[in-house]
Ligand binder design. Structure first.
Ligand code: MN
Length: 472
């Protein structure tokens, strides 16, 4: 009988709000430990929580993107447990009334469209970060209280590949909505998942895998775990209810602990945060002012003439979209700009291992460079050499052009003057052309090129020559 895998996810997304979920301490990454902390984050007695409005707006936007029902009463509960990363002895979360409920998300995996139902989306605070060095454990409270969105799906995934695609899409959604930096390698998105097997008659115990923080690890951990469980079933062994982690070095999952009875967190509504009524206008406004998602931008770009392929590449990253849109403001052709970004720019980024935000040529400069080609002030290969020189020297595009002005630019009128000069001094050229000698065109273009040390655009020169010869 066929054994099928069923997988469910809990995704924690750390937000990039200015301040924390319940305090005014800043949310910032990469700072010295314990410098971004308020008395509330340290659980000092008598400190009171205040709810971060932007975090609520963010949760509404993500809930909306996941087609969820949004609760119009905001309530927070205490999840009570003791652990060294939680000095209060409880985490403030939304247990009884999550802000988002009953959503779904459709996405493409392999060649099929899959819809996964999403059970809940709730707001909570992050715990502090622990470092274990030798015999010591260190606590960094900078992370304590950072707003987190937790998304819980139904156990409906069938493979690691599906899960990977889904998490990729969630990442794109929270990044495009400006909710999170979405840097998985920095722990902005952490995934817990449960994997179990079923056949037509039976469902085996669930195994949890905790704290996966890269797309490839998610896929590999699931693949390993599904095979491990299938192997146990085939051998007639039992699958234990347990929590495991993924061991990257050896590409396998390792047991952390056996699950005994489910923990009772003694949830109760936080008495320090009265319920907050969210008005219809507040919810509607949060949604209406939501930044555009990748698929919305994709559609928009295609109406500008971009191919599916180019639109896909650009919308792979929010920064690239911003660069593209900024470049468009110069009025250059969207298709040409997309081409330059997806080929020339990407090549440099890959080579230098930098992001487009760190790229030395601004979107405006690139757009203007393309405009010069479109206006036939320089030709395409000249534009490429200007681009390369600007990249190599770090000089601005304009500086490179000015420096090379004599080598590069010849405008339409200057070219036309030269053509006229050549024709005027040799009337035979016109006669030969009128007698069907097409070669005359090439001859004149060649002359223009050599007279200008190739600083004219050959295709433009060709066009102007033909027009001028016909005019005679
Ligand atoms: Mn949680």
């Amino acid at each position: 009988m066929e054994l099928r895998a069923i997988i469910g996810l809990e995704i924690h997304v750390e937000m990039n709000t200015k301040s924390k979920m319940f305090s005014d301490a800043p949310v910032s990454f990469g700072q010295l430990p314990n410098t971004q902390v308020s008395a509330f984050d340290m659980s000092f007695p008598g400190t009171m929580p205040t709810v971060n409005k932007q975090a609520v707006i963010n949760a509404i936007r993500v809930s909306n993107a996941l087609n969820m029902t949004i609760d119009n009463v905001l309530m927070f509960d205490r999840k009570n447990y003791f652990y060294s990363d939680l000095p209060k002895g409880y985490q403030i979360t939304q247990y009884f009334r999550p802000i988002g409920r009953n959503g779904c998300l459709t996405f493409n995996s392999g060649d099929e469209n899959i819809t996964i139902n999403i059970e809940r989306l709730h707001l909570e605070e992050d715990t502090c970060k622990q470092f274990h060095v030798d015999d010591f454990s260190y606590l960094d409270f900078n992370r304590a209280g950072i707003p987190v969105i937790e998304i819980v799906t139904k156990p409906e995934f069938k493979s690691g590949q599906e899960v990977r695609k889904f998490v990729e899409l969630i990442r794109s959604i929270v990044v495009f909505l400006d909710v999170s930096h979405g840097k998985m390698e920095e722990g902005n998105i952490r995934v817990d998942l449960n994997v179990s097997l079923e056949d037509d008659n039976k469902r085996w115990s669930k195994v949890e895998i905790k704290n996966l923080n890269s797309l490839s690890n998610i896929e590999k951990a699931i693949n390993y775990e599904v095979n491990r469980q299938k192997d146990l079933v085939i051998k007639g062994k039992t699958i234990g209810r347990e929590t495991r982690r993924y061991d990257e070095t050896n590409d396998r999952t390792v047991m952390l602990r056996i699950k005994t009875d489910s923990v009772d967190y003694r949830y109760f509504t936080d008495p320090n945060i009265p319920p907050i009524k969210l008005s219809d206008e507040f919810i509607k406004n949060a949604i209406d002012t939501s930044p555009e998602l990748a698929h919305v931008k994709q559609k928009k770009y295609k109406t500008l003439g971009l191919s599916d392929y180019d639109a896909n590449l650009i919308t792979n990253s929010k920064e690239t979209c911003a660069y593209f849109e900024k470049g468009l403001e110069t009025g250059c052709s969207p298709k040409t700009l997309a081409n330059w970004i997806n080929i020339q720019v990407q090549k440099v980024l890959k080579l230098k291992c930098i992001s487009i935000n760190e790229f030395s040529i601004s979107a405006k400069e690139l757009g203007e460079l393309i405009l010069l080609v479109e206006e036939h002030k320089i030709n395409n290969s000249q534009a490429k050499s200007v681009f390369n020189e600007a990249v190599e020297t770090g000089n601005s595009v304009i500086d490179v052009i000015n420096k090379n002005k004599t080598n590069h630019i010849l405008d339409e009128n200057e070219i036309l003057d030269l053509i006229k000069e050549i024709i005027n001094s040799n009337q035979n050229l016109v006669n030969d052309y009128k007698n069907g000698k097409e070669k005359v065109v090439g001859y004149i273009v060649g002359l223009v090129m050599s007279k200008t040390q190739r600083k004219a655009d050959p295709s433009l020169t060709n066009k102007l020559t033909v027009v001028e010869l016909r005019r005679r």
